[in-house]
Design a binder for this molecule. Sequence first.
Ligand SMILES: [Zn+2]
Length: 153
Amino acid sequence: MTDTAGPDDVARLLEFLHGRDAPCPLCGYNLRDLTRPECPECHHELLLTVGITRPNFLWFLLAVIPCAFAGIAASLLLIPMTLQTVMGGGLPPPPLFALDALGWLSAAGGLVLVRHRFAFLRQSPKRQRILATAVWAANVLALLAFLGVMASL
Ligand SMILES: [Zn+2]
């Protein structure tokens, strides 16, 4: 099995456009009765393929959002930690370093999710929901730990 269409496949895929309106994805030119995989208007080569119409990104986005916010929070937390150190207030307490590291770890997890987004999207909706819920649970626990540490300082 090949990943791309061969010449016979291209001919069969072009038959789909015989007598059927379809816009060029780049310029919008009507590709009705197209005879070769190139737009007659903008002259871009066309990829004839089978695709999905609407991938569902809901659970993926819900999984990435807390990671992004944790990364932003970890970055912002570095400002007072650095200022305290530079202004002679000494090093911040170790739990603050640990929590900042958790924020960076979550951000790194978010980057891994983005990098492997298609693997995530191939999962069943139920599994995507479970993964997104697990990411949220981990981030909420880290936030509660952060608030607990901040209250104890
Ligand atoms: Zn075109």
